[in-house]
Design a protein around this ligand. Sequence first.
Ligand code: ASP
Length: 350
Amino acid sequence: MRIAFSALIALFALCFSSAYAQDAAPQWSLAIHGGAGVIERSSLTPEQDAAYRAALQGALDAGSAVLKGGGSALDAVEAAVQVMEDDPLFNAGRGAVFTAAGRNELDAAVMNGSDLTAGSVAGLTTTRHPIAAARAVMEKSPHVMLIGTGADAFAASVGLEQVDPAFFFTERRWQGLVKALTEAGQPIPERPVGAPLPGAQAEIAPPLNEKKFGTVGAVALDSQGRLAAATSTGGMTAKRWGRVGDVPIIGAGTYASNADGCAVSATGDGEYFIRATVARDICARIAGGAATQAAGQAEIADAERLGGKGGVIVMGLDGRPAFAMSTSGMYRGAVSSTDPARVAIYADEP
Ligand code: ASP
């Protein structure tokens, strides 16, 4: 009887503590993505699956270290995105996809929800961390969006690391370009100057669809209640004529507003995400009373009706992240002051 009673008390304590953990609003919270697309269990070997999960964990660690120490949502999203820009697994920074001309042209944006300041860059070719360049546009220039050589020159002028364009080269993305151009019957450009010799990079093999994998993004709430969003990408394989996607367009692939109570970073078919003004519309839905999950899902459905697939991560003022996608997978992760870090890849994972 005595044992049964203590078991009952223990059970009660357990229920109470888990209910408490569920109810307590996180003081800070971070969510990230590493791109959405046709990602099925059969697409990845166990080694590739593990490599992506480890890379996502590394980005969560970098962002959460900032938030844990009382740092800003802005610093956290930049830190998480920089880790993924440096990781050749993702289509951002090193590891970006190639244009039809055989170049890496990088786009990025950042937005500060507490004052609606924003910065973005498109078509960078020499700045190692495009997200840092976007932030510098926001904080150190009178402009919101800079493109091409001017954007790289600005980044250099504020002291951001410049690299040889070959720094961004990865064999898997080059092979992805060769395949895409071959299928489209288009000419294959010369291998970039300074690229390693074929076979020199011992990397994990590419997954199936190389056209639009691995754009990266982060959304965060900090302990002072500020929201921020950041996104960085190489765009789409074999893009042409100076093509710019949704990522650096404020309100399409990236948006944050404390007044609306949201921070959004998107990944997917950029042309459709631009036309559906995905990120801004999610915030408008939330401002109108929708839950973060419902707002994300509704907007992803709108983009899909136009013909575009992809995913979004959404952070609300309650610090509970939402993930919505119309694809079979999205590399993603979340961590908060109340919830341990978790990473996921396939759509059916919690
Ligand atoms: N949205 C990106 C773009 O269109 C691509 C992606 O997310 O994979 O540039």
